[in-house]
Ligand binder design. Structure first.
Ligand code: XMP
Length: 507
C-alpha cells in the first residue's frame, strides 16, 4: 500500500528523531520514519521533515540526501539542526564546522511574525544541541529567526523550504509544538492520525508477522505488557501469557494481576517463585549484585518455562530503544537493557523471533492505545513499577519482614493518593524502607524501629523528575496512619530530592 499525505520524517540519527514523529501525531497527523537513502519508500507524503543527527556535514561519511528526488515531491520541507545545515548546502550555501558545542537553552527571536513563527512570542526559549552552524546563505535564503547573539537560527529558502537550528520536538523548546504546527499548516490535506486506525494497523502487522506460530508474552500487570497481551489477544494469534511472581511485588499484586487478566478474559500462567528469589538474595546488600541476581534468575525461570517458544513478544517502548541504542548509562536503561536486550533475546531478534509492536510508542501513547483497546482506566493509568520490584525499595538486606513492612506502608500511601485524587496527578509514588532503626516512644515504651521514606514524583520520561508538593495535611494523615497501623515503623519521612542528582528509586 502506498502511504499518502503523511508526514515523512527522515532520520539522520538524532536521538530525538522519533520524538518528532510523536509530536506530529500529537498535532493530529500520521507520521512515519524513513532513512534518507530510502526516499523511494516514502510514497506520496504531504510534508517532509529532515531530523537532526550526530554527524557534521563535513564528515566524510556524513549522511546525504538526493536533493533532486526530495524536490520532486513538491511538498513543504523542514530541516531540523543537521537537516537545516544539509538543506543550506543543497541550496548553495555553506556550513561552518566547529569543535565547540552549544547544548542547552537559548532565546529565539523571530524576525517575522508570520509563517513558521505566526503567533510565536517575540522571545521564546528553545533547546540547542549542535556544533556546526550555517555560514554563507545562498541567494534567495531569508533569515526568519535569530538567537540572543543575533546569529541566524532559522532560515527559509523559497516558499516551501524551512530550517531551524533548535529542536522543536523537546519540551524545553517552549513553543516548539506550535512552530511544528505552523510548518504543517503549509501542507495540504494531511492525513489525520486516529489511534483507532493505528491500532488496526498494529493488529494487522501482528497477524502478518506471527502467522500460525505460538508467541509467548511475559506479563507483569504493568501498562506496557498488559497492552501488548491485549493486542495479541485482539489479533487472535496463538498466545501464551506468562507471569513470573518473584515475590518482590506490592501488597496483593499477584492476585491483582490475575484479576486484571481475568477481567479481560485472558488466561495467564503464573510461576510462583518467591522462595527461589529470597534464597538467592539472602545476605546480599549491594544494589548492583541484587539487580544481577534478580535479572539472571528471572530470565532463567522465564526461559525455563518458555524455552521452546517460536516467538517472544516484548512490551519494549521507544525510550527503551533509544536508551539501549545510545548506550545511556542510567540505571533504568541498564536494567531495561538487561531484561529486553540480553544476549539470548538479541540472538532471537537476529532470527526474527522477537515481536515488539510498541517500540515506536511513548508511555502516554501506550496508555491511549490501552484505552482504545477497552482497558479500564485503573489499568492504563497505573504508575510504573521497576522490574526488580520492592528489592530496590528495600535498601540493604532483603528479608520477608522488611518486605512486609514496605508493602503495608506502600498500600496506605497509595490508597490515600487514590482517595485524595493525587494518584492521577503523580507520575510515580511509593514507600521505601530506610535500613536504619531509630529511637521513638510508642505508648509509654521506648521503641527502636525502622524509618520509612515516602516518595512521589512527576516526570515525563523518567530521565528527570521533580518531587510532588503534596499538601501537609495529606502527608500528616498518611504518616499518622502508618505510625499507628504498621508495626516496626516509628518514623516517616517525605523525600524532597529531584532527579538528578537523586534517582527515582533508592537503589
Ligand atoms: P531511576 O531510579 O533510575 O528510575 O530514576 C527511573 C524509572 O525506571 C524505573 N526503574 C526500573 N525499571 N528495572 C525496571 O524495569 C529497573 O531495574 C529499574 N530501576 C528503576 C523506576 O521505577 C522509574 O520509573
Amino acid at each position: 500500500m502506498i502511504e499518502k499525505n503523511h508526514v515523512a520524517v527522515l532520520d539522520f540519527g538524532s536521538q530525538y528523531t522519533q520524538l518528532i514523529v510523536r509530536r506530529v501525531r500529537e498535532l493530529g497527523f500520521v507520521s512515519k520514519l524513513y532513512l534518507p537513502e530510502n526516499l523511494e519508500q516514502i510514497g506520496e507524503p504531504g510534508a517532509i521533515i529532515l531530523s537532526g543527527g550526530p554527524k557534521s556535514t563535513s564528515d566524510p561519511d556524513a549522511p546525504d540526501i538526493d536533493f533532486e528526488q526530495l524536490r520532486s515531491f513538491q511538498v513543504p520541507v523542514l530541516g531540523v539542526c543537521y537537516g537545516m545545515q544539509l538543506l543550506n548546502i543543497k541550496f548553495g550555501g555553506s556550513v561552518q564546522s566547529s569543535n565547540k558545542r552549544e547544548y542547552g537553552p537559548a532565546d529565539l527571536f523571530p524576525t517575522e511574525c508570520a509563517g513558521l513563527y505566526a503567533e510565536i512570542s517575540e522571545r521564546s526559549q528553545v533547546w540547542m544541541s549542535h556544533s556546526d552552524t550555517v555560514s554563507n546563505l545562498p541567494e534567495g535564503a531569508k533569515v526568519i529567526a535569530k538567537n540572543q547573539h543575533g546569529t541566524p537560527v532559522s532560515l527559509q529558502w523559497g516558499d516551501d523550504y524551512y530550517g531551524i537550528q533548535f529542536h522543536p520536538e523537546v519540551t524545553h523548546s517552549h513553543e516548539g509544538l506550535a512552530i511544528l504546527g505552523n510548518f504543517l499548516s503549509k501542507a495540504k490535506d494531511l492525513q489525520p492520525f486516529h489511534i483507532e486506525d493505528f491500532k488496526r494497523q498494529l493488529i494487522e502487522q501482528i497477524r502478518e508477522t506471527v502467522g500460525d506460530k505460538q508467541v509467548v508474552c511475559g506479563v507483569s500487570g504493568g501498562v506496557d505488557s498488559t497492552v501488548l497481551a491485549v493486542l495479541l489477544n485482539e489479533a487472535g494469534v496463538n498466545m501464551r501469557a506468562v507471569f513470573v511472581d518473584h515475590g518482590l511485588l506490592r501488597k496483593n499484586e499477584g492476585a491483582q494481576v490475575r484479576e486484571i487478566f481475568g477481567r479481560m478474559g485472558i488466561e495467564i500462567e503464573t510461576i510462583e517463585c518467591e522462595e527461589r528469589f529470597l534464597t538467592a538474595l539472602d545476605g546480599v546488600d549491594d544494589p548492583e549484585k541484587k539487580r544481577v541476581i534478580i535479572g539472571n534468575l528471572f530470565i532463567d525461570i522465564f526461559w525455563g518455562a518458555v524455552g521452546n517458544a517460536e516467538m517472544l513478544a516484548q512490551g519494549t517502548l521507544y525510550p527503551d530503544v533509544i536508551e539501549s541504542a545510545s548506550n545511556d548509562h542510567s540505571k533504568a536503561s541498564k536494567i531495561k537493557t538487561h531484561h529486553n536486550r540480553v544476549d539470548r533475546i538479541l540472538e532471537l531478534q537476529k532470527e526474527g523471533k522477537v515481536l515488539e509492536p510498541l517500540a515506536e510508542l511513548f508511555k502516554d501513547e501506550v496508555r491511549e492505545l490501552g484505552m482504545s483497546l477497552g482497558l479500564d482506566a485503573d489499568i492504563v493509568n497505573r504508575h510504573p513499577f521497576p522490574g526488580p520490584g520492592l528489592a530496590v525499595r528495600c535498601p540493604g538486606l532483603i528479608t520477608k519482614d522488611r518486605l512486609e513492612v514496605v508493602r503495608d506502608c506502600d498500600k496506605i500511601f497509595i490508597d490515600a493518593l487514590h482517595a485524595s485524587g493525587w494518584y492521577a496527578k503523580t507520575w510515580q509514588a511509593y514507600a521505601c524502607l530506610i535500613p536504619v532503626k531509630t529511637v521513638g516512644v510508642k505508648g509509654d515504651e521506648r521503641s527502636y524501629e525502622w524509618a520509612i521514606s515516602l516518595r512521589a514524583v512527576i516526570s515525563e520520561d523518567a530521565m528527570t523528575a521533580d518531587w510532588v508538593e503534596l499538601p501537609y495535611s495529606f502527608l500528616r494523615d498518611v504518616s499518622n496512619q502508618i505510625l499507628n497501623e504498621v508495626s516496626g515503623v516509628n518514623r516517616v519521612l517525605y523525600d524532597i530530592s529531584t532527579k538528578p542528582p537523586a534517582s527515582i528509586e533508592w537503589e
